[in-house]
Design a protein around this ligand. Structure first.
Ligand code: SF4
Length: 445
């Protein structure tokens, strides 16, 4: 029988393991028991010594590497991480999970890509672990954990409202009766057993509820609880200093994550922010397309507000942080790239405010509220300053297309040959930048 904490590290059993572990300094020491478990794991690939984590800290780092590789590496070899599916690892894994939650909480924003990836892959780890347990034992452990999580023996859909609102689970996936989720076969048969003419009700149960839904609810609840746990640690870390080992691990994650992702995704490789400066890097004003240069030079009262708040704010922020937005379908936030918002504070906002000042009359003189709108278009809600706590209250507004600019701000569009065949100023900026680089190379050679 698998231990409960092998699936739910936040269980009482998981807390007891942490409590009994004691001194965090030993996390850096080689642990023979851990190595033994790993080398005796069935199907474990050990062709290379570096595959085997020797310390609990290595194990924690490898948990993150597993998630990154699984997500990005097309040639991912599961057997290199087979030990994560050996039930004997449960105690070491519970400790790795908890120290990672602490390091992530102090290093990253709760809504950052890094935290989201950690939580998402905690869910995937649970699902994969469950799938490797024999069905009868699996059903039993799922029931035990669900009973453990639900306080009064039943699960009401309202207890899942956070999971549903975070889109980790859809209300459409649940079978509800008077606000309660029908999960047990006996309950289903009692309520609906005589409602299906000519079709066995237990087969219908397997189709519309079944074990799969229980597994899904279980993994989503643990993901939700992990997120809340990280939030609590973050809050607590404002008042209590965490152990130096956790701070060291947090620093290591900050370096390691972009490095590892960069191996598989050159788009994210680079420096300056957890996902690198992307291809954008420092702004090249000479490459700004005519509409942007005209906006920076100052706009008269006619289209002032739209030019600064809608056109320039989105253009400058994406050109600096994420110029390939139109080639990506992943949701992205400013802090995914500019983790401490220093680029936004020191490079992006000053340029926008300067352009606002160049307007005639200066935009903020008679409309100071437009500052709030600029912050809101960067995704930080209607506030006077950017703050990680508010990120996500609004969406990071994507750059306007040439078509829209021509329609709403025709005085700014002075199309030239660099705009030919393109449909937004960002592409035009990319083309001009490329041309400038090429010219420089030719000149120097
Ligand atoms: S064509 Fe597009 S990029 Fe070029 S100036 Fe007009 S709006 Fe700007």
């Amino acid at each position: 029988m698998a231990e409960i904490s092998y699936i739910n590290p936040l269980s009482e059993e998981g807390k007891r393991i942490i409590h009994e572990y004691g001194d965090l300094n030993q996390l850096n020491q080689e642990d023979d028991d851990l190595v033994n478990i790993i080398i005796h794991t069935q199907n474990q690939k050990i062709s290379d010594d570096s595959i085997i984590p020797k310390t609990y800290k290595d194990l924690a780092i490898n948990r993150i590497k597993w998630a990154i590789e699984k997500k990005n590496n097309k040639n991912f070899v599961n057997q290199e991480y087979e030990y994560f599916f050996n039930q004997d690892i449960f105690e070491a894994d519970v400790i790795a999970f908890h120290i990672l939650c602490q390091a992530i909480a102090i290093q990253f924003n709760v809504t950052s890509r890094e935290t989201r990836m950690f939580i998402e892959y905690q869910g995937k780890l649970i699902e994969e672990r469950l799938s490797k347990i024999a069905p009868s034992l699996r059903y039993q452990i799922i029931d035990d954990i669900l009973r453990d999580i639900s306080t009064d023996g039943s699960i009401k859909w309202t207890s899942l409202k956070d999971v549903i609102s975070s889109k980790k689970l859809s209300l459409m996936q649940l079978l509800l009766d008077d606000g309660e989720i029908i999960l047990e076969k006996e309950e289903f048969l009692e309520k609906y057993g005589n409602k299906f003419d000519g079709r066995p009700a237990d087969k219908i149960y397997d189709i519309i509820v079944g074990q799969k839904l229980k597994e899904l609810i279980l993994s989503r609840l643990i993901m939700q609880n992990t997120e809340e746990y990280i939030k609590r640690i973050k809050e607590m870390s404002k008042h209590v200093e965490l152990h130096p080992f956790i701070i060291e691990l947090a620093e290591e994650l900050k370096e390691m994550i972009p490095e590892e992702i960069g191996k598989y995704n050159t788009f994210y490789a680079g420096s300056g922010g957890i996902y690198g400066t992307v291809k954008g890097g420092k702004l090249v004003p000479e490459a700004f397309p005519p509409c942007i240069q005209n906006t920076i030079d100052g706009v008269s009262s006619g289209g002032r507000n739209d030019a600064i708040v809608l056109l320039l704010t989105s253009f400058i922020s994406y050109a600096r942080l994420y110029p390939s937005i139109f080639g990506s379908d992943e949701p992205i936030k400013v802090s995914d790239i500019d983790t401490d918002l220093s680029i936004t504070e020191n490079e992006i906002l000053p340029l926008i405010y300067e352009a606002a000042d160049n307007c005639s009359p200066p935009l903020f003189d008679d409309q100071p509220q437009e500052k709030l709108n600029i912050i809101s278009k960067l995704g930080f809600g209607l506030h006077s300053e950017i703050n990680l706590e508010n990120e996500g209250e609004t969406k990071w507004y994507t750059p306007m297309s040439c078509e829209k600019i021509k329609m709403h701000l025709p005085q700014l569009c002075k199309e030239d040959k660099s705009c030919k065949g393109l449909n937004n100023p960002l592409s035009c900026y990319g083309r001009r930048k490329y041309q400038i680089d090429k010219n420089k190379k030719e000149e120097s050679s």
